[in-house]
Design a binder for this molecule. Sequence first.
Ligand SMILES: Nc1ncnc2c1ncn2[C@@H]1O[C@H](COP(=O)(O)OP(=O)(O)OP(=O)(O)O)[C@@H](O)[C@H]1O
Ligand SMILES: [Mg+2]
Length: 357
Amino acid sequence: MTLSHIKVHHFRNIEYAQLHLSHHFNFVIGDNGSGKTSLLEAIYMLGHGRSFRHIQSNRIIQHEQPELVLFSKIESANQQSRSIGLAKTRNNDNTIKIDGDEGYRLTDLAKLLPIQLITPEGFDLLTGGPKYRRAFIDWGCFHHYPEFVFLWHNLKRLFKQRNALLKQSNSYNQMLPWDKELAPIAEKISKFREDYTQHIFPEIVQTSQDFLPEYQLNCSYYQGWEYGLNYAEILHKQYERDKLINYTTLGPHKADIKLRIDNIPVEDLLSRGQLKLLMCALRLSQGEYYTKQTAQSCIYLIDDFASELDLEKRGLLAKRLKSAHSQVFITAVSQDQITHMIDENDKIFYIKSGIIS
Ligand SMILES: Nc1ncnc2c1ncn2[C@@H]1O[C@H](COP(=O)(O)OP(=O)(O)OP(=O)(O)O)[C@@H](O)[C@H]1O
Ligand SMILES: [Mg+2]
């Protein structure tokens, strides 16, 4: 997928912008506070219905304005073109339009616009809690297994109900009907995640070899409860403990991936620049695997490309991104940070106080 053009209306400090985009690299150059991240945020919002910086639309809609509006034309690998629009009000109400028709959901946008985001805050993927890594695996499951999103929503609902019921129940028999419904869904979710990680881990190891050849990365998946035991048994066994805290302690909501080098967690071993490269390795591997499986490309949003990376590592990352043949958006505070990457089909946008030229 690529965006051929985009319109951004009342989004942070961007009052209005209409951009004709390159299907290759789009560089966005501007000073601090000029609106570079905001532009990436707008593209991300088109593919997710929400920002990567704030949940509240209030923060994102331009001051004094009632709503923000985004519009874009996207093209798929077979040259099919579709238009997508998203309007968001201060109450967080979304109107989504695809090819002029309303009634679509956020998941429809997410299916149409697979995006990989790399930001300076993205270190969370490696140094933050398991929820960031679960989001990484679930991105893959969402795009590779059509059933996944339906199961995931069901599971979330059932866990909420189970946790509420834990408070009121006097014996496990009262929980049993719930757990009978919940356990097979949890097992299925876990199977999808396991299957996905089995495919993506070798890709991640290979890419990290290219980026950090001095280290041998080891990846493993934890499903959220002990292997070899079925989840219904776990729920039964844990009931008394769960009841004490009104919370289901084990399950797919505790899943994680562990990334280690010489048995040391990567966040305890690698430098900031090395962590950034590893984060990029994960995102790129995921995007490239998606392309291999679907013959469609991902869109890469890379905020503050140069931060933490020396010249050689920037070159390495740039080369890899170029070979992914995808649409890439890169922000930088000055052009000399990206000069070595510019090719004839690329575009450079200059942004100043929210005005893009
Ligand atoms: N809701 C809003 N309405 C209007 N302006 C806003 C709103 N939210 C943020 N801004 C302003 O938008 C500007 C652009 O912020 P942004 O984070 O996009 O800058 P940037 O170019 O990425 O800067 P940096 O190089 O420091 O990362 C900021 O100066 C901020 O004050
Ligand atoms: Mg920024």
